[in-house]
Design a protein around this ligand. Structure first.
Ligand SMILES: C[S@@+](CC[C@H](N)C(=O)[O-])C[C@H]1O[C@@H](n2cnc3c(N)ncnc32)[C@H](O)[C@@H]1O
Length: 249
């Protein structure tokens, strides 16, 4: 692992969750589409991180394979799961979310919060379709541009972060082309970002800055994250996380 990646993981190991989201929203969305699932549903949380969403799935008695490339996140997930007596429902798997040992056509539900960008939306949707059962549900959140006439400074910043960022209509076109039906879209609001993500992030940044033993790399990571938070607060009319709920047809 290179130093930059090491500092990124070290920073996010200190966070209660690794991406913007809301336990309440995850709960509400699962509740809304729970009637589409069979009894004792089998699912996966792709790019689970330390399991913010995995634990919500397990609380609904879904058996979940939690897939992530970073083992320490999965270890932390299993620690929390064991505290809540949910560990019997969760199988942690260190793997890439597009290369798991999950059997074809075997899952009732796939969930993924803020993680599909790591492999690319199309790659993820293609692979997930192969392991979902017909009628299975896919719920995921990702960062999207909200409008076509995005200001130049936002376009320039996203070219640097992820030039593959899409609009929701573009994502739905890809999903429909791969055999999914659109069910629902809902925003992860700026208030949710503040509460679940930037609030805890500011505390992590302060503790890193206050620690005399923090490496230069970790201090740089803290600085980058503070800059990203500032950019989001100034420009969240133009981009943000959306949840999309799809069904394999
Ligand atoms: C922004 S975090 C979101 C984590 C979690 N879903 C949450 O909302 O807190 C992205 C996660 O994807 C994981 N990840 C990165 N590349 C991956 C891949 N190819 N396959 C599976 N997980 C991956 C990272 O380790 C990280 O935990």
């Amino acid at each position: 692992m290179d130093n930059i990646l090491h500092d990124l993981f070290t920073f996010f190991e200190k966070m209660p969750r690794q991406g913007p989201g809301s336990i309440k929203l995850t709960n509400n969305l699962l509740q809304k589409f729970f009637h589409l699932l069979p009894p004792n549903p089998i699912g996966a949380d792709m790019g689970s991180g330390s399991g913010a969403a995995t634990l919500v799935l397990a609380e609904k008695a879904i058996s979940v394979t939690a897939v992530d490339v970073h083992k320490p996140f999965l270890d932390e997930l299993m620690r929390k799961a064991s505290e809540r007596k949910l560990d019997h429902l969760i199988t942690p798997v260190v793997a890439s979310m597009t290369d798991t040992k999950i059997a074809e056509n075997s899952l009732d539900i796939i969930w993924s919060e803020g993680a599909l960008f790591t492999v690319g939306l199309e790659n993820a949707l293609k692979y997930f379709s192969s392991i979902l059962k017909k009628g299975g549900v896919l719920g995921f959140s990702d960062c999207f541009l909200f409008q076509k006439d995005t200001p130049d400074n936002v376009i320039a910043q996203w070219k640097e972060w992820d030039s593959n960022i899409k609009t929701v209509p573009d994502a739905l076109k890809i999903a429909e082309g791969l055999g999914y039906r659109f069910l629902h879209a809902e925003a992860v609001t700026p208030e949710m970002w503040e509460e679940s993500y930037f609030g805890p992030m500011e505390k992590v940044i302060e503790s890193i800055e206050a620690d005399k033993n923090s490496s230069a790399g970790l201090l740089e990571r803290a600085r980058i994250n503070r800059k990203e938070a500032k950019f989001f607060r100034e420009n969240n009319a133009y981009y943000g996380y959306m949840f999309l709920i799809l069904q394999k047809i």
